[in-house]
Design a protein around this ligand. Structure first.
Ligand code: FES
Length: 181
């Protein structure tokens, strides 16, 4: 009885040991190896896959199709809307200089009310960087070398400047004028 018991225990231990030896290997918490590497063969041109922080696109290389790592698109520029004037401060056909603080910098902007709404331009003259200001009716003038710009469109009326002023998106609501930087 005792012998048969001992044999039974030894048999169970041996069976367990053999099962352990031939069991498929499993590693808990193992890091999954990447499925794609640049240069691997792909099937569908233009298809994109992202693994972790890497994005791959299927491209044609000679006669082959291969995964190629592509750089992520840069984030869109951040924009901010700033209230620059009370609506009542700007009569139709007039322009006014304002200073807008953005990212710790003071930005010179000129705002004009046209018959169809408000428009805004960067005051930096496109000739050599002096600041334009409201001049004759409907015009913005540069004191440095005499350039004149249309206050409604920013276009050059008189040189030496050759390029229009940089325009900002401008809007009006709830009694205020806003520009988007
Ligand atoms: S900087 Fe404005 S005209 Fe030269």
């Amino acid at each position: 009885m005792e012998n048969s018991s001992r044999r039974s225990v030894v048999g169970m231990l041996a069976t367990g040991f053999v099962a352990f030896l031939f069991a498929p290997a499993t590693v808990v918490g193992a890091v999954t190896a990447p499925q794609i590497r640049g240069g691997d063969v792909c099937k569908k041109l233009g298809k994109r896959l992202t693994e972790g922080n890497k994005t791959f696109e299927c491209v044609k290389v000679g006669a082959a199709r291969q995964w190629k790592r592509v750089k992520a698109a840069p984030p869109p520029p951040t924009t901010s809307e700033v209230r620059v004037l009370d609506s009542s401060a700007l009569a139709t056909g007039t322009s006014q200089n304002v200073i807008v603080t953005s990212d710790g910098r003071n930005l010179g902007v000129v705002v004009t009310r046209t018959a169809s709404g408000v428009v805004a331009f960067n005051r930096t003259c496109t000739h050599a960087g002096a600041l334009v200001s409201p001049g004759a009716a409907g015009q913005l003038a540069c004191p440095a070398h005499g350039s004149v710009f249309n206050a409604s469109t920013g276009e050059v009326i008189q040189g030496p400047a050759e390029r229009s002023l940089t325009q900002y998106k401008a809007s009006e609501r709830s009694g205020g004028i806003y520009i988007t930087l």
